[in-house]
Design a protein around this ligand. Structure first.
Ligand code: IMP
Length: 450
């Protein structure tokens, strides 16, 4: 510490929220630097479950600053819903800060995301349909609307008008598509059709309505709007710890993940500099979070994916259903080729291995240590070429399993030797120490190591 980045080391849903929550005890501020409400963190505190999509995981500490950085894309309706929900449960929201430079997910972004996915049909990416891709696209096109725009009705109206103009063609197509989907409802992708109809244009896309609605969001968000980069500098300069909390994960990175089956931002540690407005030299530590197995939601390559009883066990025992979309996650063995790639890309200084308890009862345990290409070549590193990755077959190291319930383990010595051997194997293979192992969903269900 004091500048500590927490990133997902696999395809997301590794339990970053819990790790952030634990490390936040030692921090002054927790800052999110990318993604939007495509993310979902679940934190269990004193038996009570909290789910967040936008708000940083540290919010349950009233004295800590929680910031949404400029690199996040923010749906104001969702953020205000989260603020209201947490307030109702007695959580103090006065330390929530929102960057004035963060971009807004507008209603047309959500529509375009859904329409794009429906249009792609079988080739769809399996996005969360929260408008993430279209919002980041507008940011890059310089047609984005930022949090600060909410505070000036004239600017806001002009910017919405400009952004809408460039989308008219796509939105017109959407209208046609909507009528077509209405006709076809009952055939094919019923759920998608239903969703597209339900979310179809009209009132919410009206310039006047949208402006009015967003002005009122601005009034409500105003007390939280801040220069969050300065806030990070001041905290770091005072020698206090700031945690930069990543959403999604390394293999979903727009540049370094399994493109095009990725999200539209950069969840790797380097992106914390841009997404929070800090310097590379402000980062002192990088913690990667990985499950003791692997999961993925949405489409895309997943070399160690299982469709057998072990995969079913991971799904059920690990309760592998998406926090954001409720979708079943695809499950498989831990992939150390991919993990070593993530370690290098992020410059990880420590690893947290979560959900170790889920592996109980499915021995022998398997860990992918290399891939074999279709032509028979052995690959020790993560292939950059999509076709090679798509057809890569993993080769496994097998370790003895364990049947004990790990839920009560709190010290390294409480873990069965097979579980310890698994952790040692992973740490040696990727060359990074494991500092923490998760043994259940509860906050206290962790074993600190080393
Ligand atoms: P998008 O981020 O909604 O555009 O979705 C792009 C891809 O990233 C899809 O495969 C999603 O399932 C995946 N994705 C987005 N957010 C998360 C997350 O928080 N956890 C896991 N997968 C995610």
């Amino acid at each position: 510490m004091p500048g500590l980045v927490i990133v997902g080391a696999q395809w997301g849903d590794e339990g970053k929220g819990k790790v952030t929550d634990l490390l936040a005890e030692r921090a002054e501020a927790i800052v999110r630097f990318q993604g939007g409400n495509n993310a979902g963190h679940t934190i269990v505190r004193d038996g009570e479950e909290f789910k967040f999509h936008l708000i940083p995981s540290g919010i349950l500490y009233p004295e800590k600053i929680c910031a949404i950085g400029n690199g996040v894309v923010l749906d104001p309706r969702i953020l205000l819903g989260e603020i209201d929900g947490l307030r109702r449960r007695g959580v103090d929201m006065s330390n929530l800060k929102v960057s004035a430079n963060a971009h807004l997910i507008m209603p047309y972004h959500v529509l375009l995301d859904t329409a794009g996915e429906v249009k792609l049909g079988k080739l769809s990416l399996g996005t969360t349909r929260r408008g993430i891709g279209p919002c980041y696209a507008d940011k890059a096109l310089r047609l984005g609307i930022r949090v600060q725009d909410l505070l000036d009705e004239k600017i806001l109206r002009a910017k919405i008008r400009t952004a809408l103009a460039s989308k008219q063609q796509a939105l017109r197509e959407l209208g046609v598509q909507r009528r077509k989907l209405r006709k076809e409802a009952g055939e094919g992708d019923r759920e998608a059709a239903g969703q597209a109809i339900e979310e179809a244009p009209d009132p919410r896309l009206d310039l006047h309505t949208m402006t009015e609605e967003h002005v009122s969001y601005g009034h409500r968000l105003e007390p939280h709007i801040t220069d969050t980069s300065r806030l990070c500098w001041e905290t770091l300069d005072a020698g206090r710890t700031v945690i930069f909390e990543g959403a999604q994960a390394t293999l979903l990175d727009l540049d370094h993940g399994t493109y095009p089956f990725v999200t539209s931002s950069n969840p790797i540690a380097g992106a914390a500099t841009v997404g929070a407005g800090i310097a590379p030299s402000d980062i002192d530590e990088v913690w990667g979070v990985a499950k003791a197995y692997a999961t993925r939601v949405g489409a895309g390559p997943f070399p160690t994916e299982l469709s057998d009883a072990a995969g079913r066990h991971m799904l059920e025992r690990g309760r592998e259903y998406g926090t954001t979309t409720g979708r079943e996650r695809r499950c498989g063995w831990i992939d150390l080729v991919a993990l070593r790639y993530a370690v290098r890309l992020n410059g990880m200084t420590a690893l947290a291995i979560t959900k170790l308890d889920v592996l109980s009862g499915i021995g022998p345990l398997r860990l992918a240590v290399r891939y074999r290409s279709r032509e028979g070549a052995l690959l020790d590193s993560f292939p950059y070429h999509q076709s090679i990755l798509h057809s890569a077959e993993p080769e496994y190291e097998e370790l003895p399993g364990f049947d004990e319930d790990l839920g009560e383990c709190r010290e390294e010595a409480d873990l069965p030797p097979q579980a310890r051997a698994l952790l040692d194997y992973v740490a040696d293979f990727v060359g990074v120490p494991i500092r923490l192992a998760g043994v259940g969903p509860g906050r206290e269900q962790v074993v600190w190591l080393g």
